[in-house]
Design a protein around this ligand. Sequence first.
Ligand code: ADP
Ligand code: MG
Length: 357
Amino acid sequence: MIRVTGLEKKFDRLTVLRDITCEIHEGEAISIIGPSGTGKSTFLRCLNLLEKPTGGHIYIDGEDILAKGANIPKLRQKMGMVFQSFNLYAHLTVLENLTLGPMKLLGKTKSAAEEKALELLRTVGLSEKAASFPDELSGGQKQRAAIARCLAMDPKILLFDEPTSALDPTMVSEVLAVIRRLAKAGMTMVIVTHEMEFSKNVSNRVFYMDEGLIYEEGTPQRIFDNPQKEKTKAFINRIRGFSYAVETEDYDFYAMNGAVKTFCEKYLPPKTVRNVLLLTEELTELQTPPYTLALDYYEKKDTLTMTLESEGELADPFKEGAEIDEISATIIRNYIGTVTREQRDNRNVLVMEVRAK
Ligand code: ADP
Ligand code: MG
């Protein structure tokens, strides 16, 4: 149904996609995973021509969509795209959001469009909200409405770009349930997601993207339980990362602390969360902005690492003669295990393993 060969996308001198080659068959649910910045969104945007690739080919049902004279509006119609943010028209009701496209672009009558829209709203559990405006819906409901709106255009394939990452955690599952149901019904789908459990359950194949390529692909069992290549292994074992950029001296410490707390509470017991917060306070106090603070939790090893990254010098509390008071030093030494220092693209990086227990 979709065949991609040698797809390349450069932004000026930055090569984001180097050589993407893959086939997606009818009825498949493919999930795409990988670190952020590896071009997952760009790949989806190339597929439905929101971005113009700089090389390679994309065939849909045998038709080269990058060829001159390809009917781009028609091809876009074949592919519905669901974004992180819900993109509903705020001034239209939910029902009107669903009927606008089919009436304007598919030439449907109002009554035919409404009949289909109501059926789709039932499918996504929103029958009662047909007359509501987007502002009156929760995030999860908005995203389900956005999915129904895509379906109203009768796409042959649905593309999802992290459909739950803008949602409050309590609303993630209702959206995933809708997507799972579509997969079961045989809808062809490509889903960029950070939800590993979901990816495992919903997809028949997983693409791990890195280095501008589909670095490794396979069944969910293979990718999640038995990845073969180095970077895939590292990524799979890291359940989720969090990073916070501290830009200036006047940064909002409480916002950062809140973000760290929210992240840690997902994975760590309350006592450990308090320790990590203390540690964060001590370590960030020593640093001069701009720098980035990152946390990564590795599920399989049950370890947490804290990473500081800066183009400038990092204050290293573990160096001999570091100017640091006794109390801070004690806290830091108590909670940090192994420390490694490295250079990544001209940035100084300090990786500290946090003693989580
Ligand atoms: P992912 O979705 O995997 O996080 P993206 O596809 O969003 O990654 O981005 C990949 C890289 O391409 C990033 O380095 C990003 O900054 C860059 N990029 C994305 N869109 C543009 C753009 N329109 N112009 C310039 N660079 C871009
Ligand atoms: Mg993205």
